[in-house]
Ligand binder design. Structure first.
Ligand SMILES: NC(=O)c1ccc[n+]([C@@H]2O[C@H](COP(=O)([O-])OP(=O)(O)OC[C@H]3O[C@@H](n4cnc5c(N)ncnc54)[C@H](OP(=O)(O)O)[C@@H]3O)[C@@H](O)[C@H]2O)c1
Length: 342
């Protein structure tokens, strides 16, 4: 494969994961079609255009998940599509009644557009561990022994009925759209389009965009004393047993690994660690004693373990352990904000 001739589409190319992926794809020599919602957002556009190779091999497109037909020109002619964009807030004024509906409908339209293009060989989705809770389906609140690719969050579980509207909708949106996208998988090897869902843990590390991503604020919430993010982290531990964490570099590398594999389809967990909130707090407290943790999340120590990694079995190697994820979140936050303050 001559990489410069290989066109790859990244939906949500100006987000946290999207921008890191676009930069890496350009570095690797691919031609990239990246989408964002507003081509007049000069800050995002300028950062994307500043990446090495962008002048020759980056083309930007405007598209919104609420009008997912808009992705067609970006997908046309591409061999691989990374579907990274996801609504984080419901936008009124469209046919969709909520964020779940828009995410699911958008995913369906993007997958159909990929098939219609006749050029797309593989669609790779940034799924979330929030769809992979190891909670037992019996409603007991007990966890399975392992968290692995067979785990699906039971959407009618009482735990989900939580007073956090964004997370409630996000979990449903990500779970239903992941299942929907997997249903587009063509199981006849070498025929039609393959679909990979990369089920990412909470992502941390450097963000190329000027903002601090929600997942980084979540990881740092105990240090930042951020009530809202505290709450989300606690909820995440309650839903998943512990908190799966992964470095942004490992996520981008894993996405490209899924693209470059000769043949690959199905669901793959992407996380290098599965730790408790208390573990996160202890590490931060010991390594950064100058910052005091005001609200230490001392939760139950979950017994669930990560199952054998299907991604590792395929040959992928993680480069960053969870301590490095935390260190890079802290350093990046301080570089951007001058201190560890909200
Ligand atoms: N960060 C994590 O810990 C994590 C973990 C697992 C899975 N994921 C998944 O990874 C993907 C990217 O997450 P992120 O952390 O990079 O988030 P992010 O920085 O907040 O980026 C969100 C992206 O979604 C796009 N977006 C939001 N609403 C949209 C809409 N209505 N139509 C089209 N695009 C829209 C944004 O586009 P604009 O630039 O146009 O605003 C942006 O590119 C998501 O699918 C998320 O579920 C993230």
């Amino acid at each position: 494969m001559v990489k410069g001739n290989c066109k790859v589409c990244v939906t949500g190319g100006a987000g946290y994961i999207g921008s890191s992926l676009v930069k890496k794809l350009l570095n690797e020599g691919y031609t990239v079609h990246a989408t964002l919602r507003n081509l007049n957002d000069q800050t995002k556009v300028d950062i994307l255009k500043s990446f090495p190779g962008a002048e020759q091999r980056l083309k930007l497109f405007e598209a919104d998940m609420y009008k997912a037909e808009e992705y067609e020109p970006a997908i046309q002619g591409c061999e691989f599509v990374f579907h990274v964009a996801t609504p984080m807030l419901h936008t009124e004024g469209h046919k969709h009644k909520n964020m779940i509906d828009a995410t699911l409908d958008g995913a369906r339209i993007i997958a159909s557009t990929c098939i219609r293009s006749k050029t797309v060989r593989r669609l790779i989705y940034t799924a979330s561990v929030m769809s992979s809770s190891p909670l037992k389906e019996d409603g007991s609140g007990n966890f399975k022994d392992f968290m692995d690719e067979t785990c699906w969050t039971p959407l009618n579980h009482p735990t989900i009925d939580y007073n956090h509207n964004f997370l409630k909708e996000y979990i449903k949106a990500k779970t239903l759209s992941e299942k929907e996208l997997l249903s587009f998988n063509n199981n006849d090897v070498g025929v039609g389009m393959e679909v990979v869902t990369l089920v990412c843990g909470l992502v941390g590390g450097e963000c190329l965009m000027p903002y601090t991503p929600g997942s980084v604020t979540g990881i740092l919430s105990q240090l930042l004393n951020d009530e809202y993010s505290h709450d989300s982290l606690k909820f995440m531990e309650g839903l998943l047993g512990k908190v799966p964490i992964v470095h942004i570099e490992d996520v981008s590398n894993a996405l490209i690994f899924c693209m470059e594999a000769i043949s690959m389809s199905g669901r793959f967990l992407c996380t290098n660690a599965y730790v408790s909130n208390a573990d996160i707090a202890s590490y931060c407290q010991n390594k950064y004693p100058q910052y005091s943790i005001k609200k230490y999340l001392e939760g139950p120590k979950g017994e669930t373990k990560l199952g054998p990694s299907l991604l590792n079995e395929k040959g992928f190697k993680y480069e960053f352990d969870w301590h490095l994820v935390l260190d890079d979140c802290i350093n990046n936050y301080i570089n951007k904000n001058g201190d560890l303050k909200l």
